[in-house]
Structures are given as structure tokens and as C-alpha cells.
Design a protein around this ligand. Structure first.
Ligand code: SF4
Ligand code: SF4
Length: 451
């Protein structure tokens, strides 16, 4: 049983304990456990409502319809990290969300809005911190080293729920693309992607269409539509199999290397347009392309030229005129270096691009360039949850180690009941049942519940 808000309100430590007990993780990205993030000391908490991936509407919907919950979660996060300053950063043109947030912060000390233009990737943590504070978070440093903690607005709603003893059991997801009625839907964690897509009136399947989990730029193609949505799923983008974006995302590494060898002219546009390069972090994707084309890792340059990449894929989907994939190449090399234990080094000096503002890529141009204009439609909010017959809850929906099951097949469980728990000192988050039902299966990777 979780403790109540009143019991915990007195201390930041109490808030952190409630957030941990509720299994809250970053809802907008890699799933970093929120109780760990809130254990830092900071001067400022930034609520990230920039939502820069094209076609997705989750954060806009949350800010418009749950502004008071966002603010409640933000104030709790501020208390936990020991500050009285909070900023909600979002796009100027999300008019309904901005109106709701302005009403929600009225009369509340220490809170303000930061309104941004519509560019990609405005939601990148380092870009956002630079926009709001003027600071550049150097490689191998954390936002907290600059007095900042950044939380997605959806995460903050989960923090507000945690204060009231409600664990994370549901997720808001935009289902869009080549579907009859794009929608932003609430669903129990563990609902299959197939059920989510069917809820938009789509009647096709994997033979004609491909689904990207996440946004069109940073998401991952999922071959199996029976895979579940998790705490970090923000979007399901359904595209015809022959859409050029799918061909680009699913290109094999061998083919990427072959094309790089044959076509990359080292024009440098990928580096010129790289947002992490604009911040002065020396990211240079053209060098990675040169290195793989020549099979010579020395051509990579210093490790930060790869490790400071945020995998935004702007270089692949916008900068390169030849259909090459420098973003994927960078991500692959970055992952290999990380597995080998190579760590970034902190830059002593950085040279911020003084014309950075003029180099930002408007989302509308990005959408057109990616061939997504026809799919850029409203995704209607439906607060009535999708009701699946069963859910499959992965034991690892977060950064860190998997949670350990604490239920057995045949056991009855109630929504909100803990079903997998983290070891006390391990990085990760507990998992809770997302529906009432009977545990059908417990494997090394997931727990299945039938309703
Ligand atoms: S990957 Fe594309 S943009 Fe980058 S250097 Fe090669 S051709 Fe130019
Ligand atoms: S994916 Fe490309 S554009 Fe984005 S940060 Fe990495 S190198 Fe730069």
C-alpha cells in the first residue's frame, strides 16, 4: 500500500519515496527512474512540454487537459530537489495548452512559461536547457551539474498521481499515420499495439503497413504488432510499407556502409545542420560517414564527435540530400563505444554557434521533407481508456535492471497492485498490474494478465 500525500508532503524525501513506490519513470524518452532524478539538488525544474516529434500530440493533450496535474507534479518535483523555481517549456503555437497552463499557474509563486518556436529537436534536453537558461550542458555532465532538472509533462502528471498513492498503470499514446482517425488514446500499460491501432478504425495489418513505436525521427520499427505499449511509448505511427521513411529506417548496416562508400561526398551538410554541433559540442556526423566508408576508426575524430550525438536523426531525414543515414551510423557507433566502456570527455571550451537561431529547422519543413504532410492531422483525444482482454507487462520498461516478479501464474491481481519489484539499490522501477485479472504467465521478460 502506498503512503498518502499528507504523510509525505512534509519532506522532499517523502515525495521521492512516493514516486519510487509508484514506479514513475521518464514518460517521454528512455525511461530514467524519476525518483533517482528527483534525488538531485537543483535551482530550477523545467517541465518539458516541447513535444517536437512530428505527428505526436501526447504532451499537447496532457498540457491542455491536465494542466493542473502538470503543475501539481512540477511543484512536488521542485520541493523534492529543493527549489522554488519551475518553468514549463512548450511551443508558442500550442494555443490551447498555453491557455490552460497560464490559468493553472496564475497566482502561484515561482512558476513561469517559456514559449518556444516550432523547431526540431526543441525537446532535446540539452537544447531545451540552453534555450531556457543559456547554459550548455557539456559532455559527461548532467543537467543537475548546471542546477537543472528536466521532467517531461507526462512524467509530472505521474508524480502528481504518486502523491495520491496512484501507481503508473496507464499511458496516453498518439496513434497516427495512415489510419482512418488518428487519436490520442489512454490505455492500460501492456495493451498490444494491434489493439491500439484497431481503436483508430484501422483494419489492415503487417502485410501492408509498418508501425513505428515513438516518433517518425527517433522511433523504432516494430515487426510484431502484438508487442505491448510501455511506460515510455508516446506514439504509434502507422505507415504504408512502401513509404520511403520505412525503407530508410530499416536499411541494413551492410547497405548503409555500401551506400556511404559509394555516395557520401563529404559535403558536410549533416554536420552543418546538427543541433548538437550548433551547441558547440563538436558532433561531426560527416566524420563518422568517412570512417565507415574507409573502414578506419581514426577518421572519427575525438570521441565526443560521436558520443555527444542525441540520435535526433535530423541529419538523416533533413540534412543529407542523398538519402544516406548518418544519424543511424552515429547511433550504432555510439552504442558500440558505450558497450566498449568508452566515455565522453568534458569539453574545456565550447564554441556556441552564434547564428544557431537562424539554423533551426521548422517542423513544417521537416514534415514536408519526410513525406508526412498527408498524415499531419489532428489526433483526437479520447479519455475513455482502451479496454483490452489481456495485457503483457515487460519487466523492464525503464533504464536499468529488470524488475523481479512477485506474483505467480493463477494468482488474482487488482489494478495498481505491485507485480514486479526492484531490488533496493538497483536502478529501475517497480511494475504494477494495469488491469484486474488473473496472472496467465510469468517469464524472464514479462508478466501476462488476463482480464
Ligand atoms: S552523409 Fe550526406 S550530408 Fe553527410 S557528408 Fe555524406 S553526403 Fe553530405
Ligand atoms: S543524429 Fe545527427 S543531427 Fe542529431 S545529434 Fe546526432 S549527428 Fe547531430
Amino acid at each position: 500500500m502506498l503512503r498518502t500525500e499528507q504523510q509525505a508532503a512534509a519532506t522532499g524525501r517523502g515525495i521521492i519515496d512516493l514516486v519510487r513506490a509508484a514506479g514513475v519513470v521518464g514518460a517521454g524518452g528512455a525511461g530514467f527512474p524519476t525518483h533517482v532524478k528527483l534525488a538531485a539538488k537543483a535551482d530550477l525544474v523545467i517541465a518539458n512540454g516541447a513535444e517536437c516529434e512530428p505527428l505526436l500530440r501526447v504532451d499537447q493533450t496532457i498540457m491542455q487537459h491536465q494542466a493542473d496535474r502538470v503543475i501539481k507534479g512540477l511543484q512536488a518535483a521542485m520541493q523534492a530537489v529543493g527549489t522554488t523555481r519551475g518553468v514549463i517549456a512548450t511551443k508558442k503555437h500550442y494555443h490551447d495548452a498555453v491557455d490552460a497552463l497560464e490559468t493553472a499557474i496564475r497566482g502561484k509563486e515561482g512558476l513561469s512559461l517559456y514559449l518556444m518556436d516550432s523547431y526540431y529537436p526543441a525537446g532535446d534536453e540539452k537544447s531545451l536547457i540552453h534555450d531556457v537558461t543559456g547554459e550548455v550542458v557539456r559532455s559527461a555532465k548532467l543537467p543537475a551539474d548546471y542546477g537543472c532538472v528536466v521532467c517531461n509533462v507526462g512524467t509530472l502528471v505521474n508524480v502528481a498521481d504518486a502523491l495520491e498513492g496512484k501507481p503508473v498503470t496507464d499511458k496516453l499514446v498518439t496513434v497516427c499515420g495512415d489510419v482512418p482517425q488518428p487519436a490520442t488514446l489512454m490505455a492500460p500499460l501492456g495493451t498490444s499495439m494491434r489493439a491500439m491501432i484497431a481503436a483508430t478504425g484501422f483494419t489492415g495489418d503487417e502485410n501492408t503497413h509498418t508501425v513505428i513505436e515513438g516518433g517518425p525521427l527517433m522511433g523504432h520499427v516494430r515487426a510484431d504488432w502484438d508487442m505491448p505499449i510501455t511506460k515510455t511509448t508516446g506514439g504509434l505511427v502507422v505507415l504504408p510499407k512502401d513509404h520511403h521513411l520505412i525503407a530508410q529506417i530499416t536499411m541494413t548496416v551492410e547497405r548503409q556502409v555500401k551506400i556511404a562508400m559509394a555516395v557520401c561526398c563529404q559535403c558536410n551538410m549533416c554536420t552543418i545542420m546538427c543541433p548538437r554541433n550548433h551547441l558547440g559540442l563538436q558532433v561531426e556526423p560527416h566524420k563518422a560517414m568517412r570512417a565507415i566508408a574507409n573502414g578506419d576508426s581514426k577518421l572519427l575524430g575525438n570521441v565526443n564527435s560521436v558520443l555527444a550525438c542525441c540520435s535526433c536523426n535530423l541529419c538523416t531525414h533533413y540534412a543529407c540530400n542523398f538519402g544516406l543515414t548518418p544519424g543511424t551510423v552515429m547511433t550504432n557507433i555510439k552504442n558500440e563505444l558505450a558497450r566498449a566502456g568508452v566515455r565522453p570527455v568534458t569539453e574545456q571550451e565550447i564554441t556556441l554557434d552564434t547564428s544557431l537561431e537562424t539554423k533551426r529547422i521548422p517542423i513544417s519543413r521537416l514534415i514536408a521533407r519526410m513525406g508526412l504532410s498527408a498524415y499531419n492531422r489532428p489526433a483526437l483525444y479520447n479519455p475513455a481508456p482502451v479496454t483490452p482482454q489481456s495485457v503483457t507487462l515487460p519487466l523492464k520498461q525503464h533504464l536499468g535492471a529488470p524488475a523481479q516478479p512477485v506474483v505467480r501464474p493463477g494468482e488474482r491481481v487488482s489494478k495498481g497492485q505491485i507485480i514486479a519489484r526492484m531490488a533496493q539499490d538497483a536502478l529501475g522501477a517497480d511494475i504494477h498490474a494495469s488491469m484486474d485479472g488473473t496472472v496467465d504467465a510469468v517469464t524472464d521478460s514479462a508478466i501476462r494478465i488476463n482480464g
